[in-house]
Ligand binder design. Structure first.
Ligand SMILES: [Zn+2]
Ligand SMILES: [Zn+2]
Length: 139
């Protein structure tokens, strides 16, 4: 006698249980811990010699904020975190402190995507930003 398993029903059930789990206190706690860990890892990377090298390689006397053109207090902003620690130059953008903080403010409080927030602050068309990232897919 063989048991017929209706596999099609599985994902639906799984999704339902997963949804329940996502509303639980445990899940929220887990998520908070994960974000904390990621932030720690990120700031460790930003302070590493490797990141300093990338910054040095990408900067010259013409380097300026892509938002306002300022040449002081520049940060290298990630257009995507896809290749974090293995960045392609096209996915990095120089932004001054003010423009950079504005991008992440829009992202957090305006609930905009990273690219949309960048587009709003720099006035660069989101299509052009996407085009810029396309190059990184090939590398
Ligand atoms: Zn700026
Ligand atoms: Zn940034």
């Amino acid at each position: 006698m063989s048991v017929i398993v209706n596999r099609k029903a599985w994902p639906i059930d799984r999704n339902r249980h997963h949804k329940k789990f996502k509303q639980s206190h445990e899940y929220k706690k887990l998520k908070r811990q994960l974000i904390k860990k990621q932030k720690k890892e990120y700031s460790r990377y930003i302070g590493s010699p490797k990141w300093t090298n990338i910054r040095n390689e990408l900067s010259n006397e013409d380097t300026a904020c892509e938002g306002c053109g300022s040449k002081s207090n520049l940060n290298l902003h990630h257009l995507t975190y896809k290749h974090l620690k293995n960045e392609v130059p096209e996915e990095l953008m120089w932004l001054c402190d003010e423009c950079h903080k504005a991008v992440h403010w829009y992202q957090k409080h305006g609930k905009k995507s990273l690219l949309m927030a960048t587009s709003l602050v720099t006035n660069i068309d989101i299509k052009d930003l996407k085009e810029r990232l396309k190059i990184t897919e090939l590398k």
